[in-house]
Design a protein around this ligand. Structure first.
Ligand SMILES: C[S@@+](CC[C@H](N)C(=O)[O-])C[C@H]1O[C@@H](n2cnc3c(N)ncnc32)[C@H](O)[C@@H]1O
Length: 135
């Protein structure tokens, strides 16, 4: 994984949303940066991924984990910053996912992502090989 906060760090007091948070590493890191006046929220569609971070977030007031697809269970304009680390490449409907990110960001909000980038044409036999997607 990369560091989605390399170019845009969460600031003190900001509300941050991490899409596809997995074990929550970026959420805990964001929570340290926003402090107790801010909030760091992770969403993931795989319930098993949320077990570990939820257990470790119990004593933290500014951390929250929600089980959700990228149809986000948040009101419009809820966050200052949204992040994604190695998730968008897994999402088939990227347009809808990005529209959701835009919806939950406040005016002037930022979106940061670390992900795979395709810079050359991938052969059809690789695209249609399920094993190639997971190795
Ligand atoms: C490669 S892992 C990255 C986890 C984490 N962001 C990190 O950097 O360690 C991808 C994560 O995205 C989640 N995920 C994939 N598609 C998703 C979707 N449509 N909605 C929410 N989470 C999704 C998976 O359950 C998995 O935990």
């Amino acid at each position: 994984m990369g560091n989605p906060f390399r170019t845009q760090s969460p600031g003190v007091g900001e509300e941050v949303l991490d899409l596809g948070c997995g074990c929550g590493f970026d959420v805990f890191f964001a929570a340290l940066l926003v402090g107790l006046t801010g909030r760091a929220v992770g969403v993931d569609l795989t319930p098993e991924m949320l077990t570990w971070p939820r257990r470790h977030a119990k004593s933290m007031r500014n951390v929250q984990f929600e089980e959700a697809d990228l149809t986000l269970p948040f009101a419009d304009s809820s966050f200052n910053l949204a992040s994604s680390n190695g998730v968008l490449n897994l999402v088939p409907d990227k347009k809808t996912a990005l529209q959701e990110v835009h919806r939950v960001l406040r005016p002037g909000g930022r979106f940061v992502a670390a992900d795979l980038l395709v810079i050359e044409t991938i052969p059809e036999d690789v695209l249609s090989d399920a094993d190639a997607w997971s190795t």
